[in-house]
Ligand binder design. Structure first.
Ligand SMILES: [Zn+2]
Length: 429
């Protein structure tokens, strides 16, 4: 891998991630506007004063309820339609503006994605992070496992995801903010297919676990498990870098062709994990925050480090929260050679790396290229809380059926359209 000497220094500085809103078929986004304007402190008012409006205006719900952070992938494009670049994050490196996808896939894979990850997974950041705010319940859907995605969708990435709830609001006429996750009992293949084709949402929802959610809650959503985020939930979503959703409720304004990704239900009904999840098994998907160690030499302040996702998430992604409360205090970030996405949730400060620094305040988002993560520090002005989202641990990838580049020799020629919409490398042209 050769690194262009003129742009190399810029890759050792933090990259700003401005808003990158994406059009979806469901409404939301009011809390996202508020978060961008002032972090989590700005969300409290929304519970007392529910935003209204018809979309487009600040603090109003509309058709852009998601903000994709450090995205190397496009939104799903129906089969046969022209690819759009919606979804791709654009970053400024030196004097140049270009997509993060171009930067990591074609120009500087290791400097962006990290040498260790790129060695295992190829030129990738290994991660998609979203801010997502719902004003209506999302349809029940699932995402493919890596094995399923490789077999049917031409992507080595599936889409296990995780939810970190930042805020909630009660939407008039809707249930209290909640999530649905997994079937309560074993569901037959024909039974599920019948619910899908008969648009029987009542039967589908009745078969699922439901939990109310509050800020601070975190859930792991393994690929295959059916799920739905309820109305009034604002969260950070960490995902494997694909946009494959298999939608079981086709009464929603989503074309039948898109619901099964153009593959038909004969194939796609098997993307769902139909086995019943016990109450205990469901609880293992809830992710309690755990205190993490901070070296005394690495921090000059009473910084707090918390791991937000457990070991089961490590083959897919990691998330941590750093809280600093001493003005001028600094803390060294403990992830050398790692692509890092930062979401400042409260306070203000600076992110400092060997090639530059960037002021951050609540509601800002940024990325650290792997070349900037080594010895990066954060500095606090009075108070600062940042969520850090990280790609999978490279060693942990192999534990989940990850196809190494050697064993995936036949994979590259196997697909054209689908993997241009995943965060996997583009097929050779
Ligand atoms: Zn999902």
């Amino acid at each position: 891998m050769t690194i262009d000497s003129t742009t190399r220094p810029a890759l050792t500085a933090p990259l700003a991630l401005p808003s990158n809103r994406v059009t979806r078929f469901y409404r939301g986004g009011a809390l996202l506007d508020r978060f961008r304007a002032g972090g989590t402190a700005g969300l409290a008012a929304a519970t007392a004063d529910e935003p209204g409006g018809t979309g487009g205006a600040p603090n109003a719900d509309g058709q852009q309820p998601e903000d994709w952070l450090a995205s190397t992938l496009r939104v799903w494009t129906p089969v046969g339609k022209a690819l759009s670049d919606e979804g791709l994050s654009v970053v400024r490196v030196g004097d140049e503006e270009l997509t993060l996808r171009e930067l990591v896939q074609r120009r500087h894979p290791a400097a962006i994605g990290g040498a260790a990850l790129v060695r295992v997974a190829g030129p990738t950041t290994g991660l998609l992070t979203k801010l997502l705010d719902t004003a209506q319940r999302l349809p029940v859907h699932c995402h493919p496992t890596r094995a399923f995605a490789e077999r049917f969708l031409g992507s080595r990435w599936g889409k296990t995801e995780a939810w970190l709830v930042l805020g909630t609001r009660q939407i008039a006429g809707e249930e209290p903010p909640s999530i649905r996750l997994g079937f309560r009992r074993d569901v037959g293949r024909a039974e599920l297919r019948g619910w899908i084709e008969d648009h029987d949402s009542a039967a589908l929802l009745d078969a699922m676990h439901q939990r109310t959610v509050a800020p601070g809650d975190a859930w792991l959503v393994p690929a295959g498990i059916p799920h739905s985020i309820g109305a009034g939930v604002f969260l950070v979503e960490l995902q494997e870098p694909t946009d494959f959703s298999i939608v079981a409720e086709t009464a929603f304004p989503i074309a039948a062709e898109d619901a099964h990704l153009g593959m038909g239900w004969d194939v796609m009904v098997d993307a769902f994990d139909r086995s019943g999840l016990s109450e205990d098994a469901l609880e293992t998907l809830r992710q309690p925050a755990e205190s993490g160690a901070l070296g005394a030499a690495d921090t000059t302040t009473s910084a707090k480090r918390e791991r937000l996702l457990g070991a089961a998430a490590a083959p897919y992604f990691r998330a941590e929260r750093f809280t600093l409360d001493t003005s001028g205090g600094t803390t060294r970030l403990p992830w050398p050679d790692t692509f890092v996405v930062g979401i400042a949730t409260s306070g203000s400060g600076r992110v400092i790396s060997s090639g530059g620094s960037m002021p951050v305040r609540a509601g800002n988002t940024f990325a650290l290229p792997a070349a900037a993560s080594t010895d990066a520090t954060i500095e606090c002005h009075e108070s600062l809380e940042i969520l850090f989202c990280l790609p999978p641990e490279p060693e942990a990838l192999a534990t989940t059926g990850w196809q190494s580049r050697d064993t995936a020799a036949g994979w590259r020629s196997g697909d054209t359209a689908a993997n241009s919409q995943s965060g996997d490398e583009a097929p050779p042209s």
